[in-house]
Design a protein around this ligand. Structure first.
Ligand SMILES: CC(C)(COP(=O)(O)OP(=O)(O)OC[C@H]1O[C@@H](n2cnc3c(N)ncnc32)[C@H](O)[C@@H]1OP(=O)(O)O)[C@@H](O)C(=O)NCCC(=O)NCCS
Length: 192
């Protein structure tokens, strides 16, 4: 989630589907409560530990978004009474003044439970929450290979400075469009 070093992926990296061979789970998806704070940070930290673009600051981003009252949506995936995944959505600004757009992320699933449908459940619930909020759209910096299945696509009208265009994705939720430079909440710069 740190928007720092989005270069081309290293050659010979592990295949993205290497863990996608388990059984499908149907976790409970619910809003976070104060009791979830530590679990969310731990799941997020573990999920991003070996992520090729991460600066391992994602748990700090979530913490700062919460402290700044900018966690518009914060959902946990719970399985057997344990938090096994989390996703955050926060408002973004766009240079054309468009309102109602949100940034997706961080999203994280416990490493040993990835590839079992938890990320999908979080994505679908998070986008449903955005629709309930009347959101106009959602943007994210991430791997299109995962997000394309939820309707996200590269949009040449929207730019996030420092991120290669192919990794900056948008999903319009209404009929209005937006054009310009996107700014995520300052919490995305959090270092600790
Ligand atoms: C990305 C992440 C949230 C996905 O969660 P998950 O529980 O593993 O995903 P799911 O099992 O629900 O997979 C849903 C679909 O996406 C696919 N998928 C999962 N991870 C993928 C990946 N990294 N790349 C491409 N496709 C992926 C699955 O094959 C599945 O496909 P299907 O719709 O054909 O069945 C999780 O792998 C994770 O926490 N990764 C580390 C942190 C991270 O990268 N976060 C996103 C930052 S951009």
């Amino acid at each position: 989630m740190a928007f720092g070093h989005w270069d081309a992926p290293p050659a010979g990296g592990a295949p993205l589907t290497s863990t996608l061979n388990g059984y499908i789970m149907t976790p409970t998806i619910r809003p976070e409560t104060p009791a979830d704070t530590d679990s969310i940070e731990q799941v997020t930290r573990r999920a991003f530990l070996n992520h090729r673009f991460s600066h391992q600051t994602e748990q700090f981003i979530i913490r700062t978004l919460r402290a700044d009252d900018a966690l518009a949506v914060s959902l946990v995936a719970e399985e057997g009474g344990r938090v096994v995944g989390h996703m955050a959505l926060s408002p973004v600004t766009i240079s054309d003044g468009a309102v109602g757009w949100y940034g997706l992320g961080p999203i994280a699933v416990e490493p040993d439970l990835q590839g079992r449908g938890i990320g999908r459940a979080l994505m679908e619930a998070g986008l449903a929450e955005l629709r309930k909020l009347g959101a106009r759209g959602c943007v994210l910096a991430g791997d299109p290979a995962f997000y394309i299945r939820f309707g996200f696509a590269n949009n040449r009208d929207l730019v996030l400075e420092g991120i290669p265009q192919e990794y900056f994705l948008a999903l319009s939720l209404g009929t209005s469009s937006a054009r310009g430079t996107v700014q995520f909440h300052p919490a995305f710069q959090a270092q600790g």
